[in-house]
Design a protein around this ligand. Structure first.
Ligand code: ATP
Length: 238
């Protein structure tokens, strides 16, 4: 097992966002968490990437190591877990190339860095065409590609993706998801995806969880969830 999460609790002040959720991800697996606005999807990713503190009794391990003993930067550099947040958070004044290079500052294998940049450009040819452009001036879809490319550069055991389909045209959405599949297949990168576009997310993944008001209420293989009458009614538009 790659990631095991038990009884994960997160609060923001008095607001309880996660009430003790448990889930797991195998190496190379694609897992999706679906849920309505405010269900706690982003919070789940923030907890795994150690961006928010977790409550008492929460336990998380990555390859058997206690994830809670790693600070956020070490989660990336030592465990290879990268987080592509909602809204992408690029350095808008920096070029595409500079954003990719910045993601590698903690890496010591400089030869591989060059190889990986070539890989990112193979996966997203659009980024190579735009490599000298300030990232803030690129389209939403191009910025999403860059955010994923940047995650690819910094570590690729597990990618945490927050609403990668947000704001993308159907065509670009397919491009981005195809690229993610390719990364998953070729590099064995596991993916934890949170999405409001539940149909797309479930089709893309092997396993899914349904999050409601900070609780996981349903889990199963994606095929089963897609055909579940309750899931259909609540998340797939009937
Ligand atoms: P969405 O699909 O709308 O992005 P989500 O499922 O990702 O929602 P979260 O962003 O994880 O949900 O939020 C879970 C709950 O925690 C919500 O009630 C939200 O208002 C609250 N919350 C999130 N971030 C903070 C914060 N920084 N301070 C206070 N409350 C927060």
């Amino acid at each position: 097992m790659l990631l095991n999460v038990e009884n994960l609790r997160v609060s923001y002040g008095k607001i309880k966002a996660l009430h003790g959720i448990s889930f797991n991800i195998d190496a190379g697996e694609i897992v999706t968490i679906i849920g309505a606005n405010g269900a706690g999807k982003s919070t789940t990713l923030r907890a795994v990437s150690r961006m928010v503190p977790v409550g008492k009794g929460s336990a998380m391990t990555c390859m058997g190591k206690d994830l809670l003993s790693f600070a956020a930067d070490k989660v990336v550099s030592q465990l290879g877990i990268t987080h592509v947040p909602e809204g992408r958070r690029l350095f808008g004044n920096l070029t595409v190339m500079e954003n990719l290079q910045l993601a590698t500052f903690a890496r010591k294998d400089r030869d591989n860095v060059r190889k990986d940049i070539r890989r990112v450009f193979e996966i997203f040819p659009r980024l190579e065409e735009r490599k000298s452009q300030a990232s803030g001036t690129m389209s939403g879809g191009e910025q999403q590609m860059l955010a994923i490319g940047r995650a690819f550069m910094s570590g690729r055991r597990l990618m945490l993706l927050d609403e990668p389909s947000m704001g993308l045209s159907p065509l670009l959405m397919m491009n981005v998801f195809q690229a993610l599949k390719e990364i998953n297949r070729q590099e064995g990168t596991a993916i934890l995806l949170v999405e409001q576009n539940a149909r797309l997310a479930l089709k893309f993944s092997q396993k899914g969880y349904v999050l409601e008001n900070g609780n996981l209420v349903l889990e199963g293989d994606s095929e089963t969830l897609i055909n579940d009458p309750e899931v259909k009614k609540a998340y797939l538009g009937g």
